[in-house]
Design a protein around this ligand. Structure first.
Ligand code: ADP
Ligand code: MG
Length: 344
């Protein structure tokens, strides 16, 4: 009796714990947190100074006593303590009392190991979860996009996140084939930083590189190429300087990252069982994750694979919207939850 009374008031949460962004959904309330996966801690005391957006503003601008940390790397937890703190702080931001947390469904990469699963589960439990379920990100993305994953039909989803790009073929509630590469938006930002160093002796920060990517980055030529003024510090005389850069040059900087994604996609298509490959040919490939927003990526992938390429609506929230549906229809989606060993 007492338990069901508590259950009535408890909140079920969904967490898309991404390398770049964390999204939290609360059942019945939709997406309530959507912020960068970053925390700022005081070095000596480990006191939390800021999380999410506020912590991101501090990146590259902190003094010695404050460290900004991105607790996830390549889609998985790299810093356990920092991840736990981050989840806890975000749940607070979601206005959910720790005591009132019910079930938590967390999205994880398909290639996650048992040890990594355990780390995710422990973090969610310590954040107050009475029950923790894991779901593959690609599956959540497919559900978020609105695909009918119960059908015996192949659907291919390509999710380009901050640390990784995941390619998955889904059919009958399961992932039939998946590939993950450690190339995503972070690598693209880094490639832009290196390009400026090498070609212009100009040092630019990560945020600047990302802004350049958003505005003029692309994976295939434009009819009219774009230009942008970029501020950085000259590596030779140390003086701040502005140069004009074109989308042609940024495309060159991004080429290695893009061609790695293209190759992985081609290999995945080759390895997809024939019946499912034929479904993918009919239905096309769906792009999700923030990287799907890179200009002309769809054009490039279409050229390279001769497949129809669809960019999901609001690709940055597909996974979170998928978890929301899973929370709302627990029975319908029971089969998509990952099995993991319970060790208590
Ligand atoms: P994750 O799930 O790993 O946290 P997201 O799906 O949130 O990743 O995507 C974040 C990545 O998408 C970042 O690397 C970001 O730079 C990139 N991104 C977001 N918007 C754009 C855009 N308009 N053009 C190119 N890349 C983008
Ligand atoms: Mg993601």
């Amino acid at each position: 009796m007492a338990l069901s009374f508590l259950n009535f008031f408890s909140s079920d949460l969904g967490i898309d714990l991404g390398t770049a962004n964390t999204l939290i959904t609360v059942r019945g309330r939709g997406i309530v947190v959507n912020e960068p996966s970053i925390i700022a801690l005081e070095e000596n005391t480990d006191r939390v100074v800021a999380v999410g957006n506020e912590a991101r503003e501090m990146v590259g601008r902190t003094h010695q006593e404050i460290a900004t940390i991105r607790p996830l790397k390549d889609g998985v937890i790299a810093d356990f303590e920092a991840t736990e703190i981050m989840i806890r702080e975000f749940i607070k931001k979601a206005n959910v009392n720790r005591m009132m947390v019910g079930k938590i469904v967390v999205c994880v990469p398909s290639g996650i190991t048992e040890v990594e699963k355990r780390a995710v589960r422990d973090s969610a439990e310590r954040a107050g979860a009475k029950e923790v379920h894991l779901v593959a990100e690609a599956m959540a993305a497919a559900i978020g996009v609105g695909l009918d994953i119960h059908e015996p039909v192949g659907n291919m989803v390509v999710d380009i996140g901050g640390g990784t790009s995941e390619i998955a073929v889904i059919s009958l509630n399961g992932i039939v084939h998946h590939t993950s590469i450690r190339i995503g938006g972070d690598e693209m930002n880094n490639a832009i930083i290196q390009y400026f160093k090498k070609n212009f002796n100009l040092l630019i920060g990560e945020k600047t590189a990302e802004q350049i990517k958003y505005e003029i980055g692309s994976a295939a030529a434009f009819e009219e190429e774009l230009k942008k003024q970029v501020k950085g510090r000259d590596l030779i005389d140390g003086i701040p300087k502005t140069i004009e850069i074109s989308s042609v040059e940024i495309r060159e900087a991004l080429e290695d990252s893009i061609s790695t994604i293209v190759e992985a996609l081609k290999i995945s298509l080759e390895r997809t069982p024939p019946e499912l490959a034929s479904d993918v040919l009919d239905r096309g490939i769906i792009l999700t994750g923030g990287g799907a927003l890179l200009k002309n990526l769809d054009v490039r992938l279409r050229e390279e694979t001769s497949m129809a390429i669809h960019i999901a609506d609001d690709p940055l929230t597909c996974v979170a919207r998928g978890v929301e549906k899973i929370l709302d229809n627990a029975e319908r989606y029971e089969k998509v939850l990952l099995r993991h060993r319970r060790t208590m």
